[in-house]
Write a protein that binds this ligand. Sequence first.
Ligand SMILES: O=C(O)CCC(=O)C(=O)O
Ligand SMILES: [Fe+2]
Length: 269
Amino acid sequence: MPRSAGKNPPAWPEEGPLPLAAGQVAAFDAKGWAFAPAFFAPAEIAVMSGWIDELLARPETPGAHWVYHQPSLVDPSRALVQRIENFCPHHDAFDALARRSKMSRAAEQILKSPVRLFKEKINFKEPGGAGFELHQDQQAGWSRYAPLFVTAMVCIDPATIENGCLEVADGLGRLDRLIADEWRPIDERETEGFSVRAFPTAPGDVVFFDSFVPHASKVNTTSSRRRMLFFSYNSLEHGDQRDAYHAAKRASFPPDIERRPGSEYKFRV
Ligand SMILES: O=C(O)CCC(=O)C(=O)O
Ligand SMILES: [Fe+2]
């Protein structure tokens, strides 16, 4: 199994100017999320898109990257790749991007501390791919690992209202607590006092958001896919939680190739 086809990954500068402007950090401090338009150049997004293709082309084998499928909502006989997780250990170039790049530096700027990579995923949202109900990422049991995470969402394909772009809570200020129980979506009663707005993005845009920001997205009703990368980080003071998280997730919600026939696994949030 090739660890990475990218023998000479592009240099993702570890040093250099701080990637986010003071105003972006201030916006994050005030509301828990910040928009970084054109954070990556078109050529960098093209490179990442190629890495995604490499991962998709690899065979699914137990112990490798984690691939999850879903039935198409437009043609349920078709299984779509919904997402790929836990790929950095199997792809050196993605690993460098995740851990030693202007993106990880931006996460450090936001958390005001060195960071550790907690988890990463690619959401494909193919035509007919399902949306995500309103949730805070911290609801997915993340408090067992650290009290706060910041996620960098990297837009690969144009994300529009029609193909199910990110939707974020607006008018809440900065939340530092769960507004709903763990392991279930936020319900309507719990959304009093804020609205959720669609946030279309272009390839290269990055949205940084913390693990308490309520967010959602809708089904993709178009004929093209909407790929997004998500890299989640925690402050170094809370340690490297990656292995503990992935061991627990592997037991409760393993990738499709590792599933035991007859067992039921339920995606909860
Ligand atoms: O891909 C999306 O639209 C949102 C995904 C998300 O919020 C999640 O996977 O936790
Ligand atoms: Fe989420």
